[in-house]
Design a protein around this ligand. Structure first.
Ligand SMILES: NCc1[nH]cc(CCC(=O)O)c1CC(=O)O
Length: 351
């Protein structure tokens, strides 16, 4: 039995980073537009992955960002969970009893180049040979190396604000496992072990970040080069916020469904079915982007890379039947697999 609103207080589970909190504020605003009498409370949840400073694959992968919120949702401690769809793994089954009730209208999906505050660099091409570019994303790494094989990719994780501090050479507060401020995206972290120069992990010539993330933080002015879709194909689910609730909580499900953006759901479905068909793990260099064209026609691009980007499989399919994004996604996965994507994912080596 679910109690109807507004008698009930709606508990919104979110990660704790400034970006996650900005997203929560936005969702809260949208909910209040639906019903000004709604009572909401944001419940920041620190995830295991937030407390870990090392390689995510060492503790169970990207799925940990999602798991802590899902467990709270299952137990009834929160009523809805906010996820960046991009962070929801394609190879982990959905937790029992949970459903994504809404996909919000997609924001900019593109990645951007960010350089130190007073740098004259405008584009990737302007960076000196061997420049150090920070990103922990294997998808970005592979595609950057395709364009500029000389670059040194430094794995930097953590909150966008902290990454920018690192880039700009501002001292960052020492982050510890008991840090009480923000841990979600927090730990600004350059992994010295993975860096080619362990002695100076902090020096970076540039970062690559998501345009949508910068926008949510009011930092869009920091974007220098905005990569074209074809240059750096976005992540599956980029720019999409998904709102999850318990399947049997019909009051919340009905509320959230009003926030669903149908074209975003369609596009996300095509991309996610492709991702699931590839059975990529959390650290696979996979990119995918579906866009709705005139007449509802879908265009889906997918790419799977070797770690250095030198080898890749790619597909670009269009559907005349706008209402079957899952079939389009499955078709794209099959095509990529026939080009040797399995071997790229499993061994990093093309067939
Ligand atoms: N992996 C972290 C993450 N998850 C979602 C976004 C940005 C917003 C989005 O694409 O939904 C980011 C930051 C980034 O990649 O720079």
């Amino acid at each position: 039995m679910s109690t109807a609103f507004p008698a009930r207080e709606l508990r919104i589970g979110t990660r704790t980073s400034p970006m996650a909190l900005a997203q929560t504020a936005r969702v809260t605003q949208l909910l209040h537009q639906l019903d000004p009498r709604l009572r909401t409370v944001a419940v920041p949840v620190r995830t295991e992955a937030d407390l870990w400073h090392g390689e995510l694959s060492g503790i169970g992968g990207k799925g940990l960002f999602v798991k802590a919120l899902d467990v709270r949702l299952q137990s009834g401690d929160i009523d809805l969970a906010l996820h960046c769809l991009k962070d929801v793994p394609g190879d982990v089954p959905f937790r029992a009893g949970l459903v994504v009730a809404a996909h919000l209208e997609r924001a900019d999906v593109r990645d951007v180049l960010v350089v130190p505050e007073h740098s004259a660099v405008r584009r990737l091409d302007d960076l000196p040979p061997g420049a150090r570019v920070g990103t922990a994303s294997v998808r970005r790494r592979a595609q950057l190396l395709r364009i500029r094989p000389d670059l040194r990719i430094v794995p930097v994780r953590g909150a966008v604000g902290t990454r920018l501090d690192l880039l700009d050479g501002r001292p960052t507060a020492p982050t510890t496992h008991t840090n009480t401020t923000d841990t979600t995206d927090t730990t600004d972290f350059a992994d010295p072990a993975a860096s080619t120069e362990p002695s100076s992990p902090a020096h970076l010539d540039a970062l690559v970040l998501a345009s949508a993330g910068l926008a949510r933080l009011g930092l869009s002015h920091r974007a220098r080069q905005i990569f074209e879709i074809e240059e750096v194909l976005p992540a599956v689910g980029a720019g999409v916020l998904s709102l999850e609730c318990r399947r049997d909580d019909s009051a919340v499900a009905a509320l959230l469904e009003q926030l669903n953006h149908e074209p975003t759901l369609t596009e996300a479905t095509a991309e996610r079915v492709m991702l699931q068909g590839l059975r990529g793990h959390c650290n696979s260099p996979i990119a995918g982007y579906c866009v709705t064209g005139p007449g509802g026609r879908l265009s889906l691009r997918g790419r799977v890379f070797s770690p250095d980007g030198a080898a890749f499989a790619q597909v670009h399919l269009c559907s005349d039947a706008p209402h079957d994004p899952a079939a389009l996604g499955a078709h794209a996965a099959t095509e990529l697999l026939s080009q040797g994507a399995r071997s790229l994912i499993d061994t990093g080596i093309p067939l």
